[in-house]
Design a protein around this ligand. Structure first.
Ligand SMILES: Nc1nc2c(c(=O)[nH]1)N[C@H]1C(S)=C(S)[C@@H](COP(=O)(O)OP(=O)(O)OC[C@H]3O[C@@H](n4cnc5c(N)ncnc54)[C@H](O)[C@@H]3O)O[C@H]1N2
Ligand code: MOO
Ligand SMILES: [Mg+2]
Length: 622
């Protein structure tokens, strides 16, 4: 039996009573609806598909397939749907599947039809075995269309059981190993839990760790939780090539052409046939034509002939080598070169040696750099699909903060975090929403967080995440969503709030960074940066280098320390790093003087002078 003789029918005719009287097939699932998922899996297995539905017929009609309501009135159950299908299908067989089985097997039709033929049956249904018990799945069945009358008679007599009419036909059971594929989804909670497009909850993500203590969280665990929790923003746009600089590529770019398109010369000189080169005597070749780059020549040198050629010129037919002009003498239209001047194959560039037509030139997720712009241009690509820019809203919290231009009242400081955060976000290529300073006032904080959430993909705040009396930020953040508060085993940057908040039907990832001016930068670089890049669809792990520590560094094992450093070339020419003065987490000067951070890992103890340490350079740290 081939697919051409089978029609597919999605059974969506129920009232959905178990799901709170919602139409099951139309429930959102995996970025579409359950029925759409089922249709997608069924479609390749059959000649045509249709839906059996008794309500929301327009919504089902929007799938672009026929919608058939029951003939037997009164929501008579799946058997009435099967009847409607058997009466209308234009093929000898009908395959039914329920609309709440988005994982149905992709070989359902093939295996049911094989079982039906082998048993010479009228109907084949799927069965699975769970814990030794045979579990029939009668709504996954393949039926001969000419059994419609038998079924109608059973229904007309008031029969409703899926298997109630089996005694009147020949039935075959077909065993499937994967019981999960037949899983149907009955409650909305179950649906959300299984939805591949559902955002995870922090509790789910955290439960994957072997040990979890929010008050003593190792850096790598915090990084892993953040990585697992955030998801790329799925929105792309097409931009002109130049505008793609610094953006994240949203799709693989496949080369439409060979680059270069022809075998060509790598030198200004003479294109020749390698077989003409003499190993023992001078090689003498007559010049029969000249090839300029961009101007093809039809000359085909015979034995003893060559063609004058410029760099980039297309290699004449039969030529495989180029002698650079400075290594030959030309006399009266004949070139002469000594034995061994070049070898066969020298100075020739092959068609497609840069890129072959059909090969991936650039991969999705790459941040486009100048070389990539050039590469794309070499393919003739004028527009590039990129991820939409990530929108990041940020504000500073604290009554003691004054903005530039305001008088610095007693006990106050200028807000510097908003400027360091601005700089770091700008370098990442985000769209920035600067929301200023927000007072230590619950109503103002809530309003700011809601506004940020409704206007951005991610929110970055600074201050108020430790345990101080005016640190309302924590309470409000927790109230607005799924937010956790950590004390991370690191210095600086111990407190961190992280999660997702929701407001006005929108949601945004939240990074509540600590207020201390160095802590805020360290937390950004080691937590927010990677998460934001991931949201942008880019993968860009931190590039750690090794360098020799000039001095000894005191450190206790059990936490990660980030020290501000100055990397330079030592007397022996190798890189060495010096710590830049006081390392207090409020001392921005030593951060500004630094060109790198020395990363002293959890397990590491004190460092001796001359010992190698990990270093993260600031430049290039987009
Ligand atoms: N009893 C405890 N106290 C503190 C702990 C702790 O575990 N127990 N943690 C300390 C650590 S570590 C840090 S870091 C800070 C983090 O504090 P907050 O996130 O609550 O931040 P604030 O209290 O609002 O401010 C801390 C500090 O930073 C200055 N600041 C804040 N915002 C800015 C800004 N935009 N520009 C410039 N300077 C800013 C602020 O004036 C404070 O001096 O908590 C420790 N305390
Ligand atoms: O985050 Mo704090 O900087 O360790 O004082
Ligand atoms: Mg505080």
């Amino acid at each position: 039996m081939n697919t051409a003789s089978i029609s597919g029918l999605v059974l969506a005719g129920g009232r959905g009573t178990r799901m709170g009287s919602v139409d099951k097939g139309l429930q959102p699932f995996g970025g579409a609806t359950m029925a759409a998922h089922v249709l997608e899996r069924l479609r390749p297995q059959v000649a045509s598909v249709a839906i059996n539905a008794n309500q929301n017929l327009d919504a089902y009609g929007a799938f672009g397939v026929p919608v058939w309501p029951d003939d037997t009135p009164g929501f008579a159950g799946p058997l009435a749907g099967l009847e409607a299908g058997l009466r209308r299908c234009g093929t000898p067989y009908l395959l039914t599947v329920p609309c709440d089985s988005p994982f149905l097997p992709l070989d359902l039709a093939a295996r049911l039809s094989a079982g039906l033929m082998a048993a010479d049956a009228d109907l084949a249904l799927a069965v699975t075995e769970e814990h030794g018990l045979r579990q029939p799945h009668p709504v996954f069945c393949l039926v001969k269309a000419d059994k419609a009358d038998v079924l109608s008679a059973y229904l007309a007599a008031g029969g409703r059981r899926m298997d109630g009419w089996y005694p009147q036909i020949k039935v075959a059971e077909v065993l499937f190993e994967d019981a999960a594929a037949f899983r149907n989804i009955n409650t909305l909670d179950e649906l959300r839990g299984l939805d591949p497009a559902r955002p995870p909850r922090l509790a789910d993500v955290v439960s994957c760790l072997s040990a979890y203590d929010p008050d003593a969280l190792p850096v790598r665990d915090a990084q892993k939780i953040i990585r697992d929790f955030v998801a790329p923003v799925r929105a792309t746009e097409q931009v002109a090539l130049r505008s793609a600089l610094g953006r994240v590529l949203a799709a693989d770019i496949v080369s439409p052409i060979n680059v270069p398109a022809h075998d060509n010369s790598a030198m200004d000189g003479y294109a020749l046939r390698g077989s003409d080169l003499s190993l023992d005597f001078d090689t003498r070749l007559r010049v029969i034509d000249t090839v300029y780059a961009g101007h093809a020549s039809s000359a085909v040198p015979a034995q003893g002939e060559c063609v004058r050629i410029m760099t980039g010129g297309v290699m004449p037919a039969g030529c495989d080598s180029v002698a650079p002009q400075e290594f030959v003498r030309e006399e009266d239209g004949v070139i002469v070169m000594a034995p061994g001047t070049i070898r066969p194959g020298d100075n020739r560039r092959f068609a497609g040696e840069d890129l072959k037509a059909g090969s991936a030139a650039l991969c999705k997720g790459k941040i486009i750099r100048p070389a990539d712009l050039g590469l794309l241009a070499s393919l003739g690509v004028a527009e590039v699909p990129v991820q939409r820019r990530l929108r990041v809203a940020f504000f500073s919290t604290g009554d003691e903060l004054r903005s530039i231009g305001q008088p610095l009242d007693e006990g106050c400081v200028y807000d510097s975090n908003r400027y360091t955060i601005y700089g770091m976000l700008q370098r990442l290529g985000c769209d920035i929403v600067d929301m200023g300073v927000v007072r230590d006032d619950p109503a103002a904080l809530e309003a700011a967080l809601r506004e940020a959430c409704e206007n951005a993909d991610a929110i970055i705040t600074s201050g108020g995440v430790s345990v101080g009396a005016a640190d309302y930020t924590r309470q409000i953040m927790a109230r607005l969503g799924d937010v956790t508060f950590w004390k991370i085993g690191m210095r600086p940057g111990r407190p961190l709030a992280f999660g997702r908040i929701a407001s006005g039907g929108k949601s945004a990832f939240l990074f509540g960074l600590p207020g201390n001016p160095v802590a805020v930068m360290v937390s950004f670089y080691f937590f927010a940066r990677e998460a934001l890049l991931r949201m942008m669809g880019a993968e860009a792990p931190l590039p750690l280098l090794r360098a020799r520590s000039v001095g000894a560094i005191r450190k206790k094992p059990g936490r990660t320390e980030y020290q501000r450093g100055l990397l330079s070339r030592g007397a022996d020419g190798l890189p060495e790093v010096k710590i830049t003065g006081s390392q207090g987490s409020g001392i921005l000067r030593s951060m500004s003087e630094a060109n790198c951070m020395v990363v002293l890992h959890d397990e590491q103890g004190g460092v001796q002078a001359g010992e190698m340490v990990d270093v993260l350079m600031f430049e290039g740290l987009i």
